[in-house]
Write a new protein. Sequence first.
Length: 619
Amino acid sequence: MQTTSFLYTQALMLLGGAVLAAPLFKRLGLGTILGYLAAGILIGPVAQRITEGEEILHVSELGVVFLLFIIGLELKPSRLWQMRRDIFGLGAAQVVLTGLALSSLIAFAGLLEWRGSIIAGFGLALSSTAFAMQILDESNDTNTRYGQRAFSILLLQDLAIVPLLALIPLLAAQAPEDATTPFQDFAIAVSAIAILFFAGRYLLNPLFQVIARTGARDVMIAAALLVVMGAATLMQLAGLSMAMGAFLAGVLLAESSYRHELEADIEPFRGILQALFFMAVGLSLELGVIVENYLLIIVAVPLLMLVKSLVLYWLCRITGSRHNDALRIGLLLPQGGEFGFVLFTAAAAAGVFSQGTSSLLVAIVTLSMALTPVAAMLSKRLMHEQDELADEIEEDFEGAGADVLMIGFSRFAQIASQILLAGGRDVTIIDHSAARVRQAATFGFRIYFGDGTRLDVLRAAGIERAKLVAVCTQKKETTDRIISLVQAEYPNARIFARSYDRLHTLELRARGVDYELRETFESGLLFGRKTLEALGVGDDEAIAIMDDIRRRDEARLVLQEAEGISAGRDMLHSRPVRPEPLVKPKREVNHSADTEERILPSLPAEDPPQKDETLAQTD
């Protein structure tokens, strides 16, 4: 009974620490991760209320497992294949170069002999998937170009744990008698992946279909947990990481019709366990080891993060990343990773180095994790402003192609697109602003990142299948460039355009666009109508006035197309008037008079042409 009560007390302390620390640190702009870490350090090493930090860490690693499963659900096999260069090229180069650099530094400093240096160096070369993906998720950067490249590196690092664990018996002072050969390990791993692939391809969807017919919600949740845990356990038994098994299961279910339901079922468990993981890292921090080796740690932690950041930045730059993206990746992945805990523990058990060395390495990894949110925030201060205007998201047009191709997604297009979507029409939207694409994604809009002034982007976005091209860009010059490009390459395309002002409207009509609309015209009409109604004019009367103004404006535009901008200056009014000072009018409006007598003048009949042109330009 006392044991049960103690477990309840521990659970309450962990939950209370998470509830108090996470919002506080989030409010301070430090992120929830540092909050969880701080709560774990306070409850464990400082207050000594929970001392089984490593045991909790093993359980809470399921949070990382669930995270990788959800990430896998978002990645179709075709998308994963597109990332193969970053995974096996950039990711492999990072592990090898960083591992060699860190191993050389450790051996050169005389901290470990060469066997221990190799395991320590390559173990520190691995980064934390949990920390990095949490930071990307909180900043909505998971689908950005740098977010995808960072994920590719993390994925390869998860794969790298397999050969590194297999390397330990070869480097151990005395290899275990039951150690399998590398060929056997490889065969077992391939067999496990084949079994998982077969189950995901032919068994899981029929299983979920049967469960869905029962309508038992709790059974569906249990099945989702069974799939994740089963795949993770299979990979662990084969010598691979549990996270890798969960990720592969997610990828195999990425095209399943039950994908969204699975994600919704797993997400609560993922959130709680991942928070527990960060707290367990804080709980397992050995303050005694830090105190005894504080000088070494003070030098080692910044040096580790610096070496990893420099290698990552250099590799990203030579493989095509811009300065800002390379900087973000370099300062997102400078920490040690959770798989380093596994590697160092196994190395100590095999006699590659002592248990004290393992504890010291774990402390270095933990402190580097704690500093990761700070490093990620530092990247914002070191970025080049001009790069922010450049491409920040990979141009991925998978699934593009609809009846309407909308170019630009600022305020005007956001309203227009809602009308089209509400009418049941498919719309492909492209925009060149990475920030706007990310922001739109948080509201459920799928927008493709791309520059509408480039022909290859328009083709990739499906312009050849579009029945109508809606050019909704803000700048007049950009709109003109896009229209010229479309008319030159696709002369039969129907073009609807957002015009900047009255002069731009006339220019677009002269170029033969199918429809144009001044960006402020209809909103100005509605505003004026509502103002009349607020002053006591009846609804029907105000609508009639608005419709009459719209009709007169269109008639004037037609005349100006034929005779020039100065034509039709008196067409908005039933009678010409002389300009008067902008004071409160003495004449009262006669609401019972004819509609045309009630329209207030805005363009005086006797104004010089230059003034009328100026007014027209600011329409």
